[in-house]
Design a protein around this ligand. Structure first.
Ligand SMILES: [Zn+2]
Ligand SMILES: [Zn+2]
Ligand SMILES: [Zn+2]
Ligand SMILES: [Zn+2]
Ligand SMILES: [Zn+2]
Length: 855
């Protein structure tokens, strides 16, 4: 029997789809990477009986990165990143072992059906999957089609079966457009980011970001926020005057009239109009008009509109909204949430979709009314040809979705019902008055039929007091006429919803990436989110954008990016050549980069105004080993030490407190040691500022504290304080924390493990000898005479914390994963810490982690 491999984008999708296709009769097992499952069943495919194997990836299999030395910020001129530096696809998440997993499952398969999400990213992942499995699949005859692509927009029986019954082929061009975008973002983003970060980082003390990133989309996004900020700053309020008239007739409530001239900016002129109007005590009705008006039902929902409403009405940020929407999609509650389409295809089963909502108590009445009177045709929208608009696909209750899930689902459902309801109709009444020579009017709305606003009540016509009955020629008594002084008010900071609108309008980002860019500028500390989800730029964000404007406005204006996005779309449509677009765009940005580097002092001048030079900030802390003067501790992130005499900066571990460590010095370089603590219950260890930045031994790397230092005789080093191998990680060593008394503890120098032992001891010391059984270093403890836990009032004992029965109850080794590993840290002259031998894990690639920021 032949085998058909099928691959979805996420494990949960593989599960739902296989459940539908196997009609609930598949058997499931875990794959070798532990993250993905394989669901198997037999069925028929292209007229033959076959075995189906459905599994999934976890998003992108591969990600693009530079190779080798090009990841090193210090070795490579960023300009090389535009052309010389080779980039290659690496596994996006090596832990998942995805390629191996796909090959194991794909070996010997005859056909593959790709069930990746139906957008450009999904198309790109199709080819990542094919690259992995095609070499191991069975080779059929060359005439046979063996690769199929399923197209679907929701995880429902109908949609999935339809997709299975008309399989197509994956779209190479769409996949290439994603490759092009990835490569452009990587090269451009990394070059500018590395240059800026290195240039500014050592210069200013209170610069509050560890990474000064540039992104071809991210930076224009920030640009919009700063542009609004500048408008607010340069705003000068103007005073203006309006004429306010209050009139009444008989016992009716007084009526406020609007002045037809609206306002004047000259007080004298305003006063003249008041005087003119005041010549009459009567307001005469000149005309009464009534007009039936309609408030249109909304267009069908697409991604951008969903993000806007979620931000402005539900208070949910775009990134969060997308995550929730994807979950709702994966669970089959809504259709695919990434779409530009606002138009329902002709054959879309609107009625069937609506019927699913008949039992929800919140809108059952509206749904039943619609089903009995008949659905209204949805308004014409635009059809991007990708997916139907975002639509609820099955009924749900608040309990099963969770709070935010429900709020988003409720909105999507109400919006859907509204699109097939009637428009809201109301009567607008306007009465025109004259008071002396001046014209006034007032108007009011009366509801005729609420239409869709019953299901979207927040959009309803506000209830107003009815206008008095009157006709042409009637007169009202003037109660009061006065000149009121007002001021024009400045615009407010951009809301997220406004920013999304701007990005969409200027083609910066796509429906899929807009949330990522907005999230990035928040995370990089360029804007903060204020009340009402308004985006307020930080000092750094403002300086950066102003700097780009000064040097090369195109770096921040949306024009270049939208031109690039257009080119990418042409690649996707097969109308432009991948290599040509890539080369052309990189050439442009390479020239921009060189100009930027040459003109960087323009940015510097702005930085100097907002940030203080490093020499002027920070408080004195530890002494420099070279000049023996105090260095300054700069607390703003990234916190570091700076010696203004030697003009050197030394990095420090982040996210903790730094203090002086008993004025002790490093025997290698004479720098005063400092102590890093992550809080009262957390870890702490001493470090030498010089060694931390410049590893003293070949086997040490940058960023190591004394708890990893292999100095053979230093009393603060791993060799003196290491006790035994970590109980959790493979390479860590548990090191005594000499500052932790009276609640003594040891902490792993690699992972977060902290082991508590020996309360109420005066002294805990690591001895020279090691345990015969496990090779861990022995520990000598001197307990407090009055509170010693030892038998017979003994106060001193030396033993192994892992093996000695006397210590057993005093050490918190209850840890579930605590296990005997054999071999502890060897110390002194006998060799180096065990953690350094064996098979240390490959250090994580920094650029791979950072690449995500540069989109
Ligand atoms: Zn110095
Ligand atoms: Zn040192
Ligand atoms: Zn040291
Ligand atoms: Zn560990
Ligand atoms: Zn032992």
């Amino acid at each position: 029997m032949r085998t058909v491999l099928m691959v979805a984008e996420k494990p949960s999708l593989a599960q739902s789809i296989s459940k539908i296709l196997s009609k609930g009769s598949c058997t499931s097992r875990k794959g070798l990477n532990g993250a993905c499952s394989v669901h198997e069943y037999t069925g028929s495919f292209q007229g033959q009986s076959v075995r189906f194997k459905m599994t999934s990836v976890c998003g992108h299999v591969m990600s693009l990165d530079f190779i080798g030395k090009y990841n090193n910020w210090d070795q490579v001129d960023p300009a090389e990143l535009f052309s010389t530096a080779p980039a290659e696809k690496k596994e996006a998440n090596p832990k998942l072992n995805m390629v191996k997993f796909l090959q194991v499952e794909g070996r010997g398969c005859d056909y593959v059906v790709l069930w990746l999400d139906c957008d450009k990213e999904g198309e790109n992942i199709c080819f990542e999957v094919l690259d992995a499995i095609q070499p191991v699949m069975n080779k059929g005859s060359s005439m046979d089609q063996s690769v199929y692509r399923a197209k679907f927009s929701s995880i429902t029986d109908t949609d999935i079966w339809n997709a299975m019954n008309c399989l197509g082929e994956p779209n190479r061009n769409e996949a290439l457009s994603v490759d092009a975008r990835q490569e452009l973002d990587l090269r451009i983003g990394c070059a500018f980011t590395r240059f800026q970060t290195k240039y500014f980082q050592g210069k200013y003390g209170n610069l509050d970001s560890s990474l000064i990133s540039f992104g071809p989309c991210q930076t224009p996004t920030l640009g919009f926020c700063v542009e609004r900020h500048d408008k607010i700053q340069s705003f000068r309020p103007e005073t203006y005057w309006i004429l306010q008239a209050k009139v009444f007739k008989g016992k009716d409530n007084p009526l406020m009239l609007d002045w037809n001239r609206v306002r004047v900016f000259d007080r004298e002129v305003g006063q003249m109009f008041v005087n003119l109007a005041k010549t009459s005590r009567e307001a005469k009705v000149e005309s009464v008009s009534e007009k039936e008006k309609a408030k249109q039902r909304p267009q069908a929902l697409n991604t951008v509109e969903m993000l806007r409403v979620a931000s402005s009405s539900l208070g949910m940020g775009p990134q969060h909204t997308m995550q929730i929407a994807e979950r709702l999609y994966t669970q089959g509650y809504i259709s695919y949430p990434r779409t530009e389409t606002t138009h329902y295809p002709e054959n879309f089963d609107l009625k069937g979709t609506l019927k699913q909502q008949t039992n929800n108590p919140f809108w059952a009445e509206e749904v039943k009314a619609l089903l009995s009177t008949g659905l209204n045709r949805p308004r014409k929208g635009s059809d991007a040809g990708d997916h139907p608009p975002i639509t609820p696909m099955r009924a749900a209750s608040e309990g099963e979705l969770g709070s935010d899930g429900w709020r988003l689902y409720e909105y999507i459902t109400r919006h859907f019902i509204a699109t097939i309801s009637q428009d809201c109709k109301y009567l607008q009444t306007t009465i025109d008055f004259s008071i002396g020579p001046e014209a006034f009017s007032c108007s009011g709305k009366t509801l005729i039929s609420p239409g869709y606003t019953t299901v979207m009540p927040w959009l309803g016509i506000p209830l107003e007091e009815n206008l008095p009955e009157c006709e042409r020629g009637d007169t009202f008594t003037v109660d009061e006429i006065k000149l009121v002084e007002k001021q024009t008010s400045p615009p407010e900071y951009l809301t997220e919803a406004e920013l999304i609108t701007l990005m969409e309008k200027h083609g910066v980002g796509t429906d899929a990436s807009i949330p990522v860019h907005i999230n990035n500028i928040c995370q990089r500390n360029y804007v903060t989110i204020e009340n009402g989800r308004k985006l307020k730029p930080t000092n750094l964000g403002i300086v950066l954008v102003h700097g780009y404007y000064k040097i090369d406005a195109e770096l921040v204006l949306p024009t270049i990016r939208s031109a690039v996005e257009k080119q990418l779309n042409l690649i996707a449509q097969g109308k432009a050549n991948f290599q040509q677009v890539l080369q052309h765009t990189l050439d442009i940005f390479k020239r921009k980069f060189h100009y930027f580097v040459d003109s960087i002092t323009g940015m510097d001048e702005l930085m100097e105004v907002s940030f203080s030079p490093i020499a002027a900030s920070g408080k004195p802390l530890a002494r420099c080993g070279k000049c023996h003067r105090f260095m300054k501790y700069i607390q703003a992130k990234p916190s570091r030490l700076h010696c203004s005499h030697c003009d050197e900066t030394y990095s420090l571990p982040q996210n903790g407190a730094i203090k002086l460590y008993k004025e002790l010095r490093c025997p290698l370089d004479d720098f005063e040691l400092v102590l890093w603590t992550s809080g009262a219950r957390g870890k702490s260890y001493p470090l030498c500022p010089y060694c931390y930045s410049n590893a003293p031994f070949r086997d040490m790397k940058k960023g190591m504290g004394c708890n990893e230092c292999t100095h053979p005789s230093c009393q603060h080093s791993l060799n003196s304080l290491g006790i035994g191998q970590c109980v959790e990680c493979d390479t860590g060593v548990l090191v005594l924390d000499p500052t932790s008394g009276p609640k003594w503890r040891m902490a792993c120098n690699k992972c977060n493990v902290v082991v508590h032992f020996f309360e109420h001891a005066h002294r805990v010391q690591v001895a020279q000898e090691s345990c015969d059984a496990c090779e861990a270093s022995l520990v000598a403890v001197d307990f407090n005479k009055t509170r010693t836990p030892l038998a017979a009032g003994e106060t001193q004992h030396t033993g192994c914390v892992f093996c000695d029965p006397v210590f057993q109850d005093l050490v918190e080794l209850k840890h579930a994963t605590m296990r005997y590993r054999g071999g502890g840290a060897r110390r002194g002259g006998r060799g180096r810490g065990r953690g350094r031998r064996g098979n240390p894990k490959k250090p994580k690639d920094k650029m791979a982690a950072l690449a995500a920021y540069f989109v």
